[in-house]
Design a binder for this molecule. Structure first.
Ligand code: NDP
Length: 330
């Protein structure tokens, strides 16, 4: 079977040379383990952080070892009482075609509810991030205005639609006109193409003349500055991600207008989705319900084959994806 190793730690935007495709034997199962044939794997911006050797909320990837990340697959061999051959499971041993895992570390998924790869996106980690950010971090209320950056991505597009379901007005920011058109289709009230908009504060003010109550931060930099400039008193910022700085080789500049946080009594709160996994049943009921009712729509950008996984990952930083970026393995 094949897996992708981290060959070297990237400096700046990762390149193909940072990754190596290796052929390895599948090791025999021990008691309590299962062999999974991976069908889909996820590539996510947070993986960039794990490629650096530094302390964080998740340990760094090790050099010359297989990378890890969310994946769904079919159990093809089992030495477990609870997980059987034929079960579809979600687990954290992506970046490889086959995975041997303790049965206790995998989670069965119900493919009658949605296609298996949905559990890597809208019904998985990224959907949960959107939901937890809006409902639990920002405590969004009907009638409020929300600004979402990276709004056509996996987290962003779900956040836009959850916010609409919660009765908010939504302003979205994306990197192309095609993405902007899709965002309007799925309910965004105003969309900014940040690549062509010029001054982001002016563009945001035009899109939300009354100001914004909540900012769903996925990008950082000028997006955060604009959001603070246009935020109403007692606004909340969901500090979810800052993809603009993940490949930075110099310490990025802070927002020049941070002092506004004081006068406007703005609350900025960082979030890590795994803190909220205990609420997964509640999330699945609500967001799964909206999905089944056609109230939330999704797109996927799919790359075929493990050899294309590094490029799929690097593509996140070029904006190659609309909706969830996925690699189809089998
Ligand atoms: P996306 O599907 O949103 O993919 C990344 C998108 O970001 C791209 O499609 C691109 O779209 C945009 N982008 C890339 N580089 C830049 C840039 N320099 N400036 C502006 N936009 C850029 O990824 P996810 O939905 O998985 O993640 C979105 C954010 O949420 C990330 O910041 C991620 O780290 C964070 N996150 C945080 C979690 C948490 O627990 N805190 C959990 C999951 C995700 P475009 O064409 O519009 O530029």
């Amino acid at each position: 079977t094949r897996e992708i190793h981290l060959a070297s730690r990237p400096v700046g935007l990762p390149t193909a040379a940072n990754f190596e495709l290796i052929t390895v034997p599948v090791r025999p199962l021990q008691a309590g383990e299962v062999l999974i044939k991976n069908l889909w794997m996820s590539v996510d911006p947070y993986m960039r952080g794990r490629m650096m050797d530094r302390e964080s909320y998740v340990p760094p990837y090790k050099l010359q070892e297989a990378l890890e990340g969310g994946a769904v697959g079919e159990v093809v061999e089992s030495r477990s009482e609870t997980i059987k051959v034929g079960d579809l499971v979600l687990h954290q041993l992506g970046w490889r075609e086959h995975a041997v895992a303790p049965a206790a570390s995998v989670q069965k998924i119900d493919a009658r509810q949605a296609p298996p790869q949905a559990f890597l996106g809208v019904l998985g980690m990224t959907g949960m991030t959107a939901w937890a950010g809006l409902t639990r971090i920002a405590e969004l209320k009907a009638g409020e205005t929300v600004f979402v950056s990276a709004a056509s991505g996996a987290v962003g597009a779900v956040a836009v639609q959850i916010a609409k379901q919660m009765g908010a007005r939504v302003v979205a920011s994306v990197g192309s006109d095609e993405k902007a058109a899709w965002l309007r289709e799925i309910g965004a009230d105003a969309v900014i193409n940040y690549r062509t908009a010029g001054d982001l504060t002016a563009a945001l003010r035009a899109a939300a003349p009354e100001g914004i109550n909540v900012y769903f931060e996925n990008v950082g930099g000028a997006h955060l500055e604009a959001a603070l400039n246009v935020m109403k008193p007692f606004g909340r910022v969901i500090m979810c991600g800052m993809i603009e700085v993940y490949n930075a080789t110099e310490p990025p500049k802070g927002p020049s207008n941070l002092a506004q946080v004081i006068g406007k009594r703005i609350k900025l709160q960082g979030m890590i989705v795994s803190d909220h996994f205990g609420a997964y049943p509640e999330f699945l009921k609500q967001v799964g319900g909206w999905l089944a009712a056609g109230k939330i729509q999704t797109r996927e950008t799919v790359r075929e084959g493990l050899d294309n996984a590094p490029d799929a990952f690097i593509g996140l930083f070029r904006g190659d994806n609309t909706g969830k970026m996925l690699v189809k393995l089998a």
